[in-house]
Design a binder for this molecule. Structure first.
Ligand SMILES: Cc1ncc(COP(=O)(O)O)c(C=O)c1O
Length: 358
């Protein structure tokens, strides 16, 4: 029987996953049978996780980072909301009947909606500005004494925009809330830009930053970072039957492959490799945006390597039929994520199909 083969990435234009770096692929295979959820038993992978967290801290401007390698951005966002809710409860001596809220721009990833649902907190989403960025005044107006967390996105899923993180952090502090930055996708591109997005730029408490997106680790490898140990304490439960006595992660048994691969990818690429990839994909994104404009399709000017453009419905449909894996924003715009596997050659082939008569 033929062995099933995964699809190749050649026509994948709207995904935030990509080909793992060769060193990351190799590390994933080697650590396949290890469980960082039981770090006292699986010590080698636990050491690699410490290294991964330390490197994530370097990427995100945090010198003494706490955190771990999650299953992805969803888990990291759930943990950020959970930590903030638990810390607010501890601070207020509140019982379980008090409902806390999270304030976020409407551009926030749907994983935060899931987090609010499973954790019993109210999610207040506020409109974004004309450039698809969070509006700090709208966030301030929605926040109150029950706000446990304000979320900003550094690299939005739909438009690749960076929210005004320092202004959001100020709005959060006015009501005593914690601050979470979702840099799940943007985190490995932003160090090479002028945006103020990280722990060093603003009073940020927690961050999502995923090696399995622009970090080029194998799936599953998300990242959760916290400035303070107390945040991890707020997530910890007792683990009587393990060699370790408590666990702050959401999942129990976890992928050693993801952890080892995250460490290997960052060792190989931080910082110069990521810089090179960012510069090349950013040039491609700008080139593609200009190509759309030249054809009369409105395209948002890219801030990170993601292009959103207004394409007619029938054209979008025929490109999908031609095998291009493309998706649209809630507002109907085509989004092309210039991940490392998306080359200029691929984009030229895509434009050739776009230009071909139906
Ligand atoms: C900004 C942002 N946050 C969170 C996530 C969720 O990440 P994951 O799919 O790894 O759970 C995504 C996924 O694309 C994202 O773009």
């Amino acid at each position: 029987m033929q062995r099933p083969a995964p699809q190749d990435f050649r026509r994948v234009l709207s995904s935030m996953c990509t080909e793992p770096h060769p060193a990351a692929r190799d590390a994933a295979e080697r650590f396949l049978a290890t469980n960082p959820g039981d770090p006292a038993t699986y010590r080698r992978v636990a050491e690699l996780e410490d290294r991964a967290v330390s490197l994530l801290g370097e990427v995100a401007g945090l010198s003494d980072p706490h955190g771990y390698v999650t299953s992805g951005g969803t888990e990291a966002n759930v943990q950020a909301v959970r930590a903030a809710r638990n810390r607010a409860r501890d601070r207020d001596g509140a019982d379980l009947s008090r409902t806390y809220n999270v304030v976020a721009p409407e551009s926030v990833h749907f994983s935060v909606h899931k987090a609010a649902d499973v954790l019993g907190v109210e999610l207040r989403t506020v409109p974004v500005d004309d450039e698809h960025r969070a509006d700090a005044d709208a966030v301030r107006a929605a926040a109150d004494g029950d706000t446990a967390l304000v979320v900003g996105v550094a690299g939005t899923t739909e438009y690749g925009r960076v929210d005004p993180i320092p202004a959001l952090a100020e709005a959060a502090r006015e009501v005593g809330a914690l601050v979470h930055v979702d840099a799940a996708w943007g985190g490995f591109a932003l160090p090479f830009t002028d945006f103020a997005w990280n722990f060093d730029h603003a009073d940020v408490d927690t961050m999502t930053i995923d090696p399995h997106k622009l970090g080029r680790a194998a799936v599953p490898a998300g990242g959760f970072l916290a400035r303070e140990r107390e945040t991890m304490d707020a997530l910890a439960v007792d683990t009587p039957y393990l060699e370790t006595t408590s666990q702050a992660t959401l999942t129990g048994t976890r992928s050693g492959a993801g952890v080892a691969s995250a460490a290997a990818a960052m060792e190989a690429l931080w910082p110069d490799g990521y810089r090179r990839e960012f510069e090349s994909s950013m040039a491609d994104a700008r080139w593609l945006a200009r190509a759309f404009e030249a054809r009369g399709f409105d395209a948002a000017s890219p801030e990170l390597p993601l292009v959103a453009a207004r394409l007619p419905e029938d054209l979008f449909g025929s490109l999908r039929e031609a095998g291009w894996r493309i998706s649209r924003t809630a507002g109907g715009d085509l989004r092309v994520v210039c991940m490392p596997h998306v080359t200029r050659e691929t984009l030229s082939a895509f434009l050739a199909d776009l230009d071909a008569p139906a």
